[in-house]
Design a protein around this ligand. Structure first.
Ligand code: NAP
Length: 251
């Protein structure tokens, strides 16, 4: 999606994937400077480890505790996090106004940190459930949210306006769902898993007439925000989305 947007703007640059083992993060970042790169995105497991490698952190990267976008500026590294804005833009696009409603977040991993941050900033009451509850408790404490136990989950979901799945359940298996099919919130369901785009959770929610938001919007918007940081230009969202879809359909 980045290459499609770069080409459309006539920018002579290329976005490439690199496999980097944890021990090689520092040297891979140094290589960015040597090669004259504008920056990079970081994925699991580098997002948290990169915090200490940055010369400057954006307030969001600092608050979320993870860097997904690095900007190289005069040989120095600026660490940003575009996941929270990307997630919130995908909700807005679907017409969801979070306001002071109640939202249940499933999962407490790296992606959940950005999702909880975005929801709390929008004013929502956030309830966090995770398979291993100590992780939910520490995330809840950090972001002034509330951790819930499995026994509280069905009622919490049914009383909430929205539900977000940030666990990797559903990833690559369209028949898996993190919850029972009849545990649905009142208004909307978002599954940030994007492979497949229509997970079981979203299929069931759609059939029950809830608004559904898949993971493509978050993926595209976090990418668009990163693109703006690197190039100073706004990418064509439609072109990025089409390019991402074309790849995801082949997976
Ligand atoms: P992560 O840090 O590894 O966290 C994984 C989460 O899933 C943890 O909460 C883990 O619970 C939970 N989990 C894993 N297997 C489970 C199971 N069988 N049952 C219940 N919970 C389970 O990963 P992440 O970076 O947060 O990513 C999570 C998902 O979000 C992935 O599918 C990823 O592709 C997607 N994602 C999408 C976007 C986007 O732009 N749309 C962006 C980022 C991530 P425990 O703590 O108990 O292990």
């Amino acid at each position: 999606m980045h290459n499609a947007a770069l080409e459309l703007l006539g920018l002579e640059a290329q976005y490439e994937a690199r496999d980097v083992i944890p021990e090689a993060l520092k040297s891979a970042l140094e290589q960015l400077v040597i090669s004259g790169a504008w920056g990079c995105n970081l994925s699991i497991p580098h997002k948290e480890a990169a915090l200490t490698q940055m010369h400057h952190l954006s307030p969001q990267a600092q608050a979320i505790g993870a860097v997904n976008t690095v900007l190289v500026k005069n040989g120095f590294f600026e660490g940003h996090n575009t996941d929270a804005d990307g997630f919130m833009r995908s909700l807005e696009e679907a017409g969801v106004r979070v306001g002071q409603t109640s939202v249940v977040v499933l999962g407490a991993g790296g992606a959940a940190r950005a999702v909880v941050y975005g929801l709390k900033h929008a004013g929502a009451e956030v309830l966090i459930w995770n398979r291993s509850s100590p992780r939910a408790e520490s995330l809840a404490q950090e972001f002034q949210a509330r951790a819930i136990e499995t026994s509280e989950l069905p009622a919490s979901i049914q009383n909430a306006a929205g539900l977000v799945n940030t666990t990797s359940v559903g990833l690559e298996n369209p028949d898996d769902s993190p919850i029972a099919d009849d545990w649905l919130p009142q208004d909307w369901v978002c599954d940030i898993v994007y492979r497949p785009l229509e997970t079981r959770l979203l299929r069931v929610a759609k059939a029950a007439k809830r608004r559904t938001i898949d993971g493509l919007g978050m993926l595209v918007y976090q990418g668009a925000n990163a693109f703006e940081l690197w190039t100073g230009q706004s990418p064509d969202i439609k072109v990025m989305r089409q390019a991402a879809m074309a790849v995801l359909e082949k997976l």
